[in-house]
Design a binder for this molecule. Structure first.
Ligand SMILES: O=C[C@H](O)COP(=O)(O)O
Length: 214
């Protein structure tokens, strides 16, 4: 199971979370990555934790002021990137372009989707993984794995019908090891979460709880 901690734009200390994630990953053997603000990528990567961008744009080098260039993200130390997060939605052509840009830069890709139908469409673009997240559960206390288990099962099925090599992650409201366990039982091979760690009083304790059943 892969645990991907998205720090969004929360006012947490990215280095505190990243150091804790690095240590918990080393102690548990569980793959854990942190996805900070673009401006924090390099110093997060310097902690030694696996580092992901929250977004890359579809453009190549050139006259693209304000863009997040995949090559710059990779150069800063990122190993992967989210694309089309629920809070950073793109047009379909730009999702495709961002996946291609990330591949060009050697980044692992996870395309986010609201529902199983979108998961199928996202899987057709050939990312390494897709993540299903019902928007109404994002940032809440109810885990997608218990509040809406069918969406995870259906997402796994939808991705598998398109391309069995595409991993399926799930996210929204996941904050405990029991939630991670339940998501795994539904067929998810990764967890995308944010507030359960980024807003925790003790991020290390939150991470230790998440990996406890793994
Ligand atoms: O990127 C993370 C997801 O949007 C889930 O956020 P959450 O764990 O705060 O519900």
């Amino acid at each position: 199971m892969f645990i991907l901690v998205n720090l969004k734009a929360y006012p947490c200390d990215p280095i505190e979370v990243s150091t804790a994630a690095r240590d918990v990953a080393e102690e548990s053997g569980v793959r854990i990555a942190v996805s900070p603000q673009a401006a924090d990528l390099r110093r997060v990567a310097d902690t030694g934790v696996e580092t992901w961008a929250q977004h890359v744009d579809p453009n190549d080098y050139g006259s693209h002021t304000g863009s997040t260039l995949a090559e710059a993200v990779a150069e800063a130390g990122a190993a992967g990137t989210l694309i089309n997060h629920s809070e950073k939605r793109l047009k379909l052509a730009d999702v495709d372009g961002s996946v291609r840009a990330a591949e060009r830069a050697g980044l692992e890709t996870c395309v986010c989707a609201n529902n199983p139908a979108q998961v199928g469409a996202a899987a057709a673009l050939g990312p390494d993984s897709v993540a299903v997240e019902p928007p109404e559960l994002i940032g809440g206390d109810d885990s997608v794995a218990t509040a809406d288990p069918d969406i995870v099962r259906d997402a796994v099925e939808a991705a598998g019908e398109v391309d069995e090599s595409v991993e399926v992650f799930c996210g929204a409201g996941i904050s405990t090891g029991d939630d991670v366990d339940a998501a795994g039982d539904l067929g998810a091979t990764g967890i995308l979460l944010a507030s359960g760690v980024a807003k925790a009083d003790d991020p290390r304790a939150a991470l230790e709880d998440l990996v406890e059943p793994l």
